[in-house]
Design a protein around this ligand. Structure first.
Ligand code: 2IT
Length: 445
């Protein structure tokens, strides 16, 4: 069947699931030529099978808040594809969470995990529970209630969750604690655990570190380096923090971070204790960045705006899906941006990606750039299975090697006749080919 026909059938079947349809469209358009040159894929209906999750779990999560009121949220786990390994992917707690968002994330995760070189299938889960303003005790009760429903479907060789937006070490600790109480086995079925109970060194930093290793690779190929480049980062969570740390370490100057309330522009650079302060801002639980300017008066706060209006060399969206749109892209291009690397999942809208590719601005998608996070989760699984804990240096070296390899795969499949590297196409084709070959080898199941 024609790719366009598959897409319109999917739109008819899942109306209104915009994020999911957006993610699927991007991958299918990228792989259309390759797909059409492999009639055996079409015969086995590889695409029709790949775009639907293996299984979707939906459940009610009821818990009691600090005032004694009963609260009910929705919980989900989308087990998308296990052709190359056990289901693997994060859990998101955010008011915006719905099935479309988790299906897009699970779909992306499948290809991202394929790119990591490690044997992991794709999944994503979460809840519309908002951690904003919740007490520690409320977060714990919610995490426990969530796992009481989900635990039966998890396991070290079955489905291994981790963090995502709204889920960090604290939430993973509470979820893993309840999981372990129920199964009575210490098999490390979550990643992003605390260092004292099976967590991996460098996992908190890994998404940001990996992203900067990827950016270094892109610059190196252009005969350039990141030293003295100005960098705009959005977000101020775990991913933005790791990216800011590594960007500074490599000699770049980070000038922005952002939150739902607006963005901070700090012309002196966000480095040293200012990067540590991001963690403090985050742990306040208020989800705002404005207090930064009270602490560091040399910086400016722009209420309700996004950092993409600043003139920078490199833009790193690190917040959430579709956070950089066509107008933002045009503004960045007009200001002479040299490179845009998505660290958030699907951070750019299709219009933004088109604008970058048309103007031959180097752009790389989240599934390649941010894969260091889940790759290090894979390394945590290996350490748990071996009952070992590696040094930070050992994990970091492996992460670096994996990011170099992902970059290589993108260049292999994404180099266009004029020499421009279409990283989106490269990442999509490389990920697709691996999953498709694994599915072909395992028969019609
Ligand atoms: O989007 C992602 O890759 C993550 N949230 C991390 C997933 C993981 O299993 O570490």
């Amino acid at each position: 069947m024609e790719i366009n026909q598959i897409l319109s059938n999917l739109e008819a079947k899942h109306p209104g699931e915009n994020e999911y349809l957006q993610a699927v469209r991007e991958v299918l358009m990228s792989v259309a030529d390759v797909y059409n040159s492999h009639p055996e894929f079409e015969k086995a209906k590889i695409i029709e099978r790949m775009v639907e999750p293996d299984r979707i779990l939906t459940f009610r999560v009821t818990w009691v808040d600090d005032r004694g009121e009963v609260q009910t949220n929705l919980g989900y786990r989308v087990q998308f594809n296990k052709a190359i390994g056990p289901y693997k992917g994060g859990i998101r707690f955010h008011a915006s969470v719905n099935l479309s968002i988790l299906k897009f994330l699970g779909f992306e995760q499948t290809f991202k995990n394929a790119l990591t070189t490690l044997p992991m299938g794709g999944a994503k889960g979460g809840s519309d529970f908002s951690p904003r303003g919740k007490s520690d005790a409320e977060i714990m009760r919610f995490c426990q209630a969530f796992i009481l429903e989900l635990w039966k479907n998890l396991g070290p060789d079955r489905d291994v969750p981790a963090g995502d937006i709204g889920v960090g070490a604290r939430e993973v600790g509470y979820m893993y604690g309840m999981y372990k109480k129920l199964v009575d086995e210490h098999t490390g079925t979550f990643t992003g655990k605390g260092l004292d109970f099976g967590g991996s060194r460098i996992r908190p930093e890994a998404t940001g570190f990996g992203a900067l290793y990827f950016v270094e690779n892109m610059l190196k190929l252009k005969g350039d380096s990141i030293k003295d480049k100005t960098v705009a980062i959005s977000g101020f969570g775990n991913v933005a923090w790791g990216a800011a740390l590594k960007a500074n370490e490599l000699g770049a100057k980070v000038v922005t971070i952002s939150g739902p309330d607006g963005y901070i522009y700090d012309p002196d650079g966000i480095s040293g204790e200012k990067v540590d302060y991001m963690l403090e801002l985050r742990s306040s639980g208020e989800d705002i960045v404005e207090p930064y300017v009270e602490k560091y008066p040399g910086a400016k706060f722009f209420a309700g705006k996004k950092p993409w209006e600043q003139k920078v060399d490199i833009a790193l969206p690190c917040a959430t899906q579709n956070e950089l749109n066509g107008d933002d892209a045009k503004q960045l291009i007009a200001n002479g941006v040299q490179m845009v690397a998505e660290v958030s999942n699907m951070g750019c809208t299709p219009e933004a990606i088109d604008a970058f590719i048309e103007s031959r601005t180097t752009y790389a998608p989240g599934k390649a750039v941010n894969a260091g996070g889940v790759a290090t989760s894979g390394l945590e699984m290996s350490q748990n299975a071996m009952h070992m804990q590696w040094s930070a240096e050992e994990v970091d070296n492996k992460l670096h090697f994996i990011m170099d390899s992902i970059h290589e795969q993108c260049v292999k499949y994404g180099t266009e006749p004029d020499g421009f590297i279409n990283y989106m196409k490269g990442a999509n084709i490389a990920g697709f080919m691996k999953v498709a070959h694994a599915m072909m080898a395992q028969g019609i199941i």
